[in-house]
Design a protein around this ligand. Sequence first.
Ligand SMILES: Nc1ncnc2c1ncn2[C@@H]1O[C@H](COP(=O)(O)OP(=O)(O)OP(=O)(O)O)[C@@H](O)[C@H]1O
Length: 213
Amino acid sequence: MSALLEADAVSFRYDPGTPLLEGWSAAFHPGEVVAVTGPSGRGKSTLLYLLGLMLKPREGRVLLDGREVQGLSDRARAGLRAEVFGFVFQDAALDATRTVMDNIVETALYRGDDRRDATRRADELMHRFGVGLRRGAKPGQVSGGQAQRIALCRALLGQPRVLLADEPTGNLDPDSADLVVDAFHDHAARGGTAVIVTHDPALVARCHRRIPL
Ligand SMILES: Nc1ncnc2c1ncn2[C@@H]1O[C@H](COP(=O)(O)OP(=O)(O)OP(=O)(O)O)[C@@H](O)[C@H]1O
């Protein structure tokens, strides 16, 4: 099966900074839940930014459906990010000035979805992940574990083909973490790919394979 997302001989370092990736290659296929592990500071989050088209490799290529993406304009890359990727960042990256609901539906609305429909689907996702919040709640009023699940709802709402998640179970109790991992597997079963950075052995054990950095 051809890869959905691929890194081909990718090298990267921040400027200034020591090299984080040197000639690094990996392929991610539809139907896979892949764990990326490694010591703190090795560059795991950076790898997600490269795979998610937020950073460009200094050398090498990132390919989506076999097509190189680094030559695309910033606007085209932003369009692809919204269309193809769902991100669950380590710090949830919620906009504190807007309601939780507005945070969740933002990308879907950017893509042109109907607000009422997006809100209904967001409610379903929040219910599924046990995030019961009053209407109008702001990110500053939720716990770290709730913020992580809110970020996951936002990522899933867009039905992305690729889910990129950075320590998505870091603040969660085991039952909530299990629900989140189930969601990654549902996503993969529908033909998506999930790439998950994690230090959590229970999560690694439930992935199809592990890539150590
Ligand atoms: N924007 C940046 N500019 C310069 N250096 C950066 C930047 N972001 C991260 N770094 C550095 O790059 C290295 C890798 O960071 P990264 O967050 O990718 O590692 P990580 O493996 O995800 O770590 P952790 O497991 O602690 O989250 C670190 O030394 C970090 O300080």
